[in-house]
Design a binder for this molecule. Sequence first.
Ligand code: HEC
Ligand code: HEC
Length: 512
Amino acid sequence: MKPLTRIALVSATALAAAVPALAVTGEEVLQNACAACHVKHEDGSWERIDAARKTPEGWDMTVTRMMRNHGVALEPEERSAIVRYLSDTRGLSLAETEGRRYILEREPVAFDEGPDVQMTQTCGRCHSYARVALQRRTAEDWTHLVNFHLGQFPTLEYQALARDRDWWGIAQAEIMPFLAKTYPLGEPVGPFAGDASGRYVLAGRQPGRGDYTGALVVTRAGEDYQVTMQLDFADGSESYSGSGRILGEGEWRATLTDGKTQIRQVFAFRDGRFDGRWYHADSDVIGGRLAAVRPDAAPQVLAAQPARLKIGAPTEIRVAGAGLSDALTLPEGVTGRVQSVKDGVAVLELTAAGAAGPVSVQLGGQAVELVAYDRPDRISISPEMAMARIGGNGGPIPKAPAQFEALGWLDGADGKPATEDDIPLGAFPAAWAVDNFDEEAIAMQDAKYSGSIDDTGLFMPADAGPNPERPRQTNNAGNLKVIATVTEGDQPLSAEAHLYATVQRFVDAPIR
Ligand code: HEC
Ligand code: HEC
């Protein structure tokens, strides 16, 4: 068996086109490395392997287990070839991944709910429920999977949320039929057959840093693509380059660098448009979402930045999209002009004089939705609950920070906060602080020991390991509240969120 560190290293690169061109095909790997244990039936189908469909990350995890637990020895290029082949021939459609893509995008999410409490407690406790919902299997193969869990993790029945109930009984009587009915094998989707090459205009935002427009340039290179991504923030530009590939129907995975920081892109490519998230490879909390289209795509607005107009003051607004024109039609109470339209970005300067509320501006035939405001009625913090993880301090696992932003709101027509008709104003700069969450946290002085938050809303947890200054030399984990204060106008507005600074994630799979 290969040492774990070696496999973990390979894991990070298997999807990201960081391995050399394929000297071997996926079919050859199946024949050479898998056939030893998996029978090929007379109809050409492979035992177990043809009974499931998964995302690229899902296939990568299974292949990793074949290597780690069952001693399958694969070179990096063989592993890359088999994951690509399985993703292309036994993948999910993008539609089937909807609502659960955040787990592939490594969007920080504290809790991942299943369809009901029973499913969450049975199958969404050790790992995300998305790991389950992003697979399709025959009824028989779902049964194999649940059996495999108990065989592989015999202590499962003694763990919390399992020892207080008949886990195995529930799994057999209720969970297996539910899985077979809800996530049946269905039909595989064909692999992407087109060419994604082109220059795309992009727009998005990085929490804690701000909005960006920019360009994504994709160029075919054999079976893969070369890619560059330029992000134009208000305070400067960043440019990354690297290589990517499309797996299955449209799963774009790429690894890029600016020479210092390695980043990954996890996008869906559909109808000529990319949607997804990029993040720092060594700290996936740091990143941003984006959408990108070719300028010749069907007319569409990707984003207006900012999407709000402070009443009485001119605001410069960048609108990114396809088919943008400089013909501006303004509603009553709004004045302004188009300053420029170039490379899929229109720059407008607008002033609202009227009342607070939604403002719809027409650019050519397209609506750009904005909000006029004087000051937010309230603010909230996103996310409302987060987890950061202590780390570093000479250990192998780096600290995992948490990123917060302060969002402004108008109360809407009913004048009441936190109701359906509230109007989002987007992120505002804020002053940030952390404090002890409860009595226990006060007694343990968590706010003193567990880490600190900077003026961008980034909480950096403290060092891992025992702390001789704390009672019983405990570690620096803590239970905190996060407080944001936004000052727009004379009355400061504040909001609170909940933050667990917890322990390291010792096993970090591609699908958490
Ligand atoms: C040394 C024997 C062995 C080899 C070689 C082997 N497997 Fe497996 N495979 C197993 C065993 C045992 C299981 C059932 C336990 C498990 O799921 O880990 C399994 C299960 C599977 C499953 C079902 C798991 C699930 O939950 O979806 C898939 C798919 C699979 N293998 C794919 C492969 C592929 C692809 C290869 C070649 C790269 C391969 N296996 C090579 C032994 C092997
Ligand atoms: C005791 C903790 C635990 C519980 C409870 C649990 N899982 Fe898992 N599950 C794991 C671990 C660990 C893995 C990763 C196995 C590996 O590949 O090393 C896994 C892997 C998986 C996979 C991916 C397997 C593959 O190769 O594609 C699926 C799907 C899955 N679990 C579904 C479920 C379902 C459905 C349930 C509820 C019946 C469940 N899990 C409950 C720990 C758990």
